[in-house]
Design a protein around this ligand. Structure first.
Ligand code: ADP
Length: 168
């Protein structure tokens, strides 16, 4: 069985992540979307790990090959324990490359049997990141074109207190 792990912070999941999940699910028998407690790029998240998992599970509902799990610790150890053949990462632009290249080679050094596979999203999603979606939501913009419908209420909920404070 071909099993892949798609790790990330998913704070929150965007349509870009969903596009990568969809593409990876076509290539593998099973895909585990692994939500990192902490990762190298993010020191703190807007959503707790349990909130990020709950939102992801709702966004991936109906995708039979996709499972969501918590990732705590070293990715290659998790991947090996799951019996994964591959790690999936998304590449949006050249700006992603340096970090991803270093991580992929380090992971290969630690676990030579697990390949890192890079998937490019649909062009429309190459400018999308969780960070930019959070910034738009924080400033009162419409994020419905960038995330699944189930992501909008929790995202707006995170900033509703702030909006109330600023307008009062
Ligand atoms: P972000 O980089 O947006 O904060 P994550 O750390 O959760 O998100 O990213 C997990 C993986 O998903 C990384 O490989 C990242 O490059 C990829 N990814 C994030 N957003 C997109 C997107 N819009 N299109 C394709 N891949 C993406």
């Amino acid at each position: 069985m071909r099993l892949a792990i798609y790790p990330g912070s998913f704070d929150p999941i965007t349509n870009g992540h969903l596009d990568v999940i969809h593409r990876a699910a076509r290539l593998f028998d099973e895909l585990i979307v692994a939500v990192a407690l902490n990762d190298q790029k993010h020191t703190s998240c807007l959503f707790s790990i349990d909130e990020r998992i709950a939102i992801l599970e709702e966004a991936c509902e109906g995708k039979a090959k996709v499972r969501v799990a918590k990732l705590n610790g070293l990715l290659v150890n998790f991947a090996r324990d799951c019996g994964a053949n591959a790690i999936v990462r998304g590449l949006r632009a050249v700006s992603d490359f340096g970090f991803e290249f270093q991580m992929a080679l380090m992971n290969r050094k630690m676990e030579p049997d697990i390949e890192t596979i890079f998937l490019m999203p649909k062009e429309d999603y190459t400018y999308l990141s969780s960070r930019i979606v959070k910034e738009i939501a924080r400033l009162g913009g419409d994020v419905s074109a960038f995330v699944a419908a189930c992501v909008v209420p929790p995202l707006l909920g995170q900033f509703s207190d702030q909006a109330w404070t600023e307008s009062s």
